[in-house]
Write a protein that binds this ligand. Structure first.
Ligand SMILES: [Zn+2]
Ligand SMILES: [Zn+2]
Length: 251
């Protein structure tokens, strides 16, 4: 399985990091996880053709995770591809209906099959033979973390969340965990993660993953990347890295 980070940033723009999005390539098929603003452009920069994307999996409906969904659908329609599948949390159908309603000229242009998921459900995007399961995260709106199992490889993508024991347990034996780390050490926040919030949970709940990647970095994290990795490494013996836009990893 191949992972291509497209956007590792957030709602506040910064050089080099667009909003959330990544591709997991499963049996040669790219499945897009989140599609925030800037991700559509990154799909081309990463060497993919946008019409190859038939499955979009959304962690939640905050704008920095869905801002380019409609733009991707329109781009596909302009190239003659009109069938898409979107998986997302509760509310995805209503959100999509409202967004599409605002554009008369896009009415009836696409056939979008939407699947709303609740924690504990499992699905297989068409064209792949990978099992994806999900669990609710701790965020300010319904939000899901995904565990992708392809053959013997396992990848977990948390989307936005506070560090949580259930998500750590959900990630057991993963080859790669992609966890948000919005703010630096000591920053006061909720609904998101800082390195010290992460290690507070780690002290109680061991995390059995081979490599941990942090994403979803606010500009506040600039200059604090190494500090974040060093802090977490005190309590986590495997590798911790900070992802960057367009980074490719093979699992
Ligand atoms: Zn969010
Ligand atoms: Zn976000």
């Amino acid at each position: 399985m191949k992972i291509r980070f497209l956007g590792t940033g957030v709602g506040i723009p910064q050089a080099g990091r667009v909003q959330s999005g990544l591709i997991m390539e499963m049996i040669g098929k790219p499945v897009l996880f989140d599609c925030g603003c800037g991700v559509l452009g990154r799909i081309a920069e990463a060497g993919y053709t946008h019409t190859d994307i038939e499955n979009i999996v959304l962690t939640h409906l905050h704008l920095d995770h869905v801002g380019d969904v409609l733009a991707l659908l329109k781009a596909n329609w302009l190239k003659g591809k009109t069938k898409m599948r979107i998986f997302g949390p509760q509310g995805t159908q209503e959100w999509f209906g409202k967004v599409i309603d605002t554009y008369d000229y896009l009415q009836g242009r696409f056939e979008v099959e939407i699947t709303e998921l609740a924690g504990g459900e499992t699905f297989t995007p068409k064209g792949t033979d990978c099992n994806i399961s999900c669990i609710p995260t701790v965020h300010s709106t319904p939000s899901l973390a995904y565990r992708v199992e392809c053959g013997k490889k396992i990848v977990v993508y948390t989307g936005d969340t506070e560090p949580s024991k259930p998500v750590f347990e959900f990630s057991r034996e993963a080859d790669v965990m992609i966890h948000e780390c919005s703010f630096p050490l000591g920053f006061e926040t909720d609904n998101h993660t800082t390195p010290d919030m992460f290690t507070d949970v780690l002290k109680q709940t061991p995390l059995y993953v081979k490599i941990l990647y942090f994403i979803h970095l606010y500009p506040h994290m600039q200059g604090h990347e190494q500090e974040a990795m060093d802090h977490v490494s005190q309590y986590f013996s495997n590798e911790v890295r900070i992802a960057s836009d367009l980074l490719e990893i093979v699992v």
